[in-house]
Design a protein around this ligand. Structure first.
Ligand SMILES: CC(C)(COP(=O)(O)OP(=O)(O)OC[C@H]1O[C@@H](n2cnc3c(N)ncnc32)[C@H](O)[C@@H]1OP(=O)(O)O)[C@@H](O)C(=O)NCCC(=O)NCCS
Length: 229
């Protein structure tokens, strides 16, 4: 977590999630995902049991409060479609599909408490996961980026055209813009990733970051994955 620590603003620290964080994590989820059921303590305990080194939290030192989190698991992308939902990719949120022998770190969730956003915490949490990818010599990290600015433009723009505008910085998206600033590449626009995500009209961008020291062999490029729709 050295690189992540170097990037953290003063007054914050980063560490792996522990049991004492569960209630605060659920509370942040209620704030940032009002239409989703927050994680239960049992779910977070299962993530911790399956892959403790993939669950990161940032702490606001003065208050001792959790300010943000990043949850990951290692999966076989070959077992999935490019347009599978969050539920499918995370085995219903259980992370039971985590397999340390696989090659892709999947970013199941990244969120920062609204009072701590725009301080660089999302970036530090992203750097922590990239260090994990490097440490484990994985091929890449993959995620699904919400695009909550899309809903209000959905009548005028196709999702791919919206993404193109966000990439050109003609439009700012509250989430996708942050991911692009953090060095993610967009692979595809998919529908139904988070079906209740009304702000994104159910759309999301599949994003990836390739490990420059250990990229996937060409046959395992993400764009080769079939779509189900
Ligand atoms: C997406 C999210 C995690 C970003 O966290 P954050 O701590 O505010 O992000 P950071 O401060 O680290 O910003 C990262 C980069 O994005 C940029 N950025 C962040 N929000 C931005 C915005 N609304 N507009 C323009 N740029 C933005 C920052 O300038 C920074 O880029 P830089 O390093 O080149 O300056 C946060 O907004 C969040 O929790 N959203 C709600 C939950 C959610 O939807 N998570 C995503 C699930 S896919």
């Amino acid at each position: 977590m050295d690189e992540a620590r170097r990037h953290l603003p003063e007054g914050y620290s980063i560490r792996l999630m522990t049991e004492e964080d569960y209630a605060e994590i659920a509370e942040i989820c209620r704030r940032v995902y009002p239409t989703e059921r927050p994680y239960t303590a049992e779910e977070l305990a299962a993530h911790h049991r399956l892959f403790p080194e993939g669950q990161f939290v940032v702490i606001h030192e003065e208050s001792g409060a959790v300010a943000g989190a990043h949850f990951t698991l290692i999966i076989w992308m070959i077992h999935f479609h490019l347009d599978d939902s969050w539920d499918e990719l995370t085995a219903g949120g259980s992370f039971a599909d985590h397999d340390p022998e696989a090659h892709t770190l999947y970013g199941a969730d990244l969120f920062v408490h609204p009072e701590h956003q725009h301080h660089g915490l999302g970036k530090a949490l992203t750097l922590a996961t990239r260090e994990l990818v490097a440490h484990k010599a994985l091929w890449r990290m993959v995620g699904g980026s919400r695009m909550p600015g899309y809903g209000r433009l959905a009548d005028a723009l196709e999702p791919v055209d919206y993404i193109a505008k966000v990439k050109k910085a003609e439009v700012t998206d509250p989430v996708l813009t942050a991911h692009l600033h953090d060095g993610w590449d967009v692979v595809a626009a998919i529908r139904g990733y988070l079906p209740h995500d009304e702000e994104s009209k159910g759309w999301a961008a599949v994003i990836q970051w390739i490990n420059p020291d250990c990229p996937p062999p060409p046959d395992f490029d993400l764009t080769k994955l079939p779509r189900k729709n």
